[in-house]
Design a protein around this ligand. Structure first.
Ligand code: SF4
Ligand code: SF4
Length: 68
């Protein structure tokens, strides 16, 4: 049986400016700024809604399909 792919946010860490805009809009508190350096996603909480991606001023978040 095929298990459906799920969508998750992925951050390009090297290009993140750690502004925290993504953290404020995530409805599931699935994204946080790691030690003030870059945003990181908790894939166990992220549902791939894309709100963070739309908010990111540096356009460094992408929602991708991931195999489960
Ligand atoms: S895609 Fe949605 S759930 Fe996932 S980190 Fe971004 S705002 Fe949060
Ligand atoms: S909104 Fe974009 S630039 Fe700002 S902390 Fe989140 S991923 Fe980094």
């Amino acid at each position: 049986m095929m298990i459906p792919a799920k969508r998750k946010a992925v951050v390009e860490h090297a290009l993140c400016v750690a502004c925290g805009c993504c953290v404020k809009v995530c409805p599931l508190s699935a994204i946080s700024v790691y030690h003030g350096h870059y945003a990181q996603v908790d894939p166990t909480r992220c549902v791939g809604c894309g709100k963070c991606m739309k908010e990111c001023p540096a356009s460094v978040i992408h929602v991708e399909e991931v195999a489960q």
